[in-house]
Design a protein around this ligand. Sequence first.
Ligand code: MLT
Length: 265
Amino acid sequence: MMKKHENGTDLFVQDQGQGAPVILLHGFPLDHRMWEEQVKGLSPHFRVITPDFRGMGQSSLPLSAMSLEQYAQDVLSLMDELGIEKATLGGFSMGGYVAFSLLRLAPERFSALILANTRPEPDGPEGRKNRMNMAVSLYDKGAAAARDAMLPKLVTPATVQDQPQLIDNLKQIMDSMPAEGLVHASIAMAFREDSVPLLSSITVPTLVIAGEQDAIAPPDVMKSMADRISNASFQIVPAASHLVPMEKPEAFNSLLLEFLHDVKA
Ligand code: MLT
């Protein structure tokens, strides 16, 4: 479904199922298709909303420089258009950074929180430099630059070996990204705010999910994030790397369903 944003850019959003709304925000360099298994598993019970960030997937390219706050404003506009006053908010990696921005901008719009494979600290100088190098490679080589850099970090070697179809699907998603949209996302992430001070203000029930072998958001970093949120539970999915929702959808979905049913009760 395509939704018109108030300033004239088109934002894509998939809206599936009925019931209490759950918004799932994708990572980099991906789009709403990373949530395919969650949409299948959750939509018989919940209204599952999966947008594409501006400049990624089927949403149109940004007209000016992006910040994490701007991606968050887009999500708030979509919620208004879809008539969603309050929702459970889930963010994977970059989607988690956007979730932190949403909690700064409009905490009253969210009743529960899912943080998957994400971290609250901002980039240091080295991280920012890597993002700038990524931006340059994206201009030189197109979306393949992000695919080649990210793929080995997203799933375990065992998954690469055993699940060729998943890898093909993942490559197809990453290859279809507009390179310029990924440049915007890289620069926005490079200059994102420190979300550590936000954590103590989060009071809603929160589920934190880590992948046992995730090097981008390692389990110990995620555990200390969960420890700073008053009402958080922390789970590690075994034999998984960064992209847990696609790599271990059954384990991921059962954690989500259990949490969502508890929150609703
Ligand atoms: C993601 O998966 O969204 C990215 O790895 C986040 C990041 O690069 O910090």
